[in-house]
Design a protein around this ligand. Structure first.
Ligand code: AVI
Length: 314
């Protein structure tokens, strides 16, 4: 039994207002649903960042100031299936750069698949995956003295609230040495018309992704959430620049979680906050960076200007 998850469920559902942490979306079913989300026409984020990696690869290599005569480590946090990164790896391989690719992910399954696909598509690339939580892996980064380039793509940092994002960037900066680089992919603040459908696709995949969290709790902790009585509710305002997802109880009800030996009451219309997806602009990013030793040196945007990969120097 996964006790951290169970304790987090207890804490979140005992809180007013109720919440559950979005990191628990990603069991095997959640991983597969997220892959489906990335292929939804409304979910522009992945395509926008792929556009940058595919069409501005040389620009990316130049702004990262990579040198052919110096070995470096290319470290990716939350690597997933590596589709975008492979564009960069291919270009580095063709131009004979001397580097080691270190994908880091919480899912060993995702890392195994990534390593085998790189081995067959790009056999010259030295890939040494590391399984773990970003925060735990950050401290182990300090052990090597080679120049480092950290990739943190997909607007994954957007799923951290502002306090955790600040903490993450501060810890990341402390793990790097002078002139190491960071490429961080951020979804940019834009109108509700574009952002909200990305979290409410017409085929209902995001709805299933959100509800899967309750299914997980039912399966893993012997709970009795009636999935049909909870509604997926995403919200976003351009002023704030934060998308939030909720699950709303459509009736007054009590849910029992046997593994906790506890029941939780939901009023009709009561919400569980399940995800935060912050969108960024230069000012918001710089607000976090001013408390760290990282500085923005460049910014690459997709053709629609929906998404940016910021290049930071330590
Ligand atoms: C992984 N993360 C950046 C996604 C996002 O856009 O916040 C997760 C997601 N949630 C719903 N759709 C996608």
């Amino acid at each position: 039994m996964n006790n951290t998850f169970l304790n987090d469920v207890d804490k979140g559902l005992s809180n007013t207002p109720k919440y559950l942490l979005s990191k628990y979306f990603y069991d095997k079913i959640g991983d597969a649903l997220f892959v489906d989300i990335m292929n939804m026409p409304e979910y522009y984020l992945t395509r926008a960042e792929f556009d940058i990696f595919k069409n501005q690869t040389q620009n990316l290599i130049e702004t990262l100031k990579l040198r052919k005569d110096t070995f470096f480590e290319l470290i990716e946090l939350g690597a997933g299936d590596g589709t975008k990164t492979k564009q960069l790896l291919k270009a580095l391989d063709t131009a004979n750069y001397n580097f080691n690719y270190v994908p880091i992910d919480i899912s060993q399954n995702a890392l195994d698949q990534l390593k085998s696909s790189i081995n067959s598509e790009l056999p010259n690339i030295n890939t040494t995956p590391k399984q773990g939580d970003y925060f735990n892996v950050l401290s182990s980064l300090k052990q090597s003295n080679h120049p480092k380039v950290i990739l943190f793509l997909g607007s994954n940092i957007g799923n951290l609230n502002d306090i955790l994002a600040q903490d993450f960037l501060t810890k990341l900066a402390d793990s790097l040495q002078a002139n190491d680089k960071l490429c961080i992919g951020l979804d940019l603040i834009k109108s509700e018309k574009i952002v909200l459908p990305a979290y409410n696709d017409s085929q209902g995949i995001t709805r299933r992704f959100n509800l899967n969290l309750l299914e997980r709790i039912n399966k893993e902790f012997d709970a009795n959430f009636d999935i049909d009585t909870f509604k997926h509710q995403p919200e976003y305002t351009e002023d704030e620049g934060i998308a939030r997802s909720y699950l709303v109880s459509t009736k007054s009800q009590t849910v029992t979680i046997k593994a906790l030996n506890k029941s939780f009451h939901f009023m009709e219309g009561e919400r569980i906050h399940t995800e935060t997806s912050r969108k960024y602009n230069d000012a918001i990013l710089n607000g976090f960076l001013k408390k760290t030793s990282l500085k923005v040196i460049d910014k690459l945007m997709d053709s629609n200007q929906y998404f940016a990969d910021y290049i930071l120097n330590k």
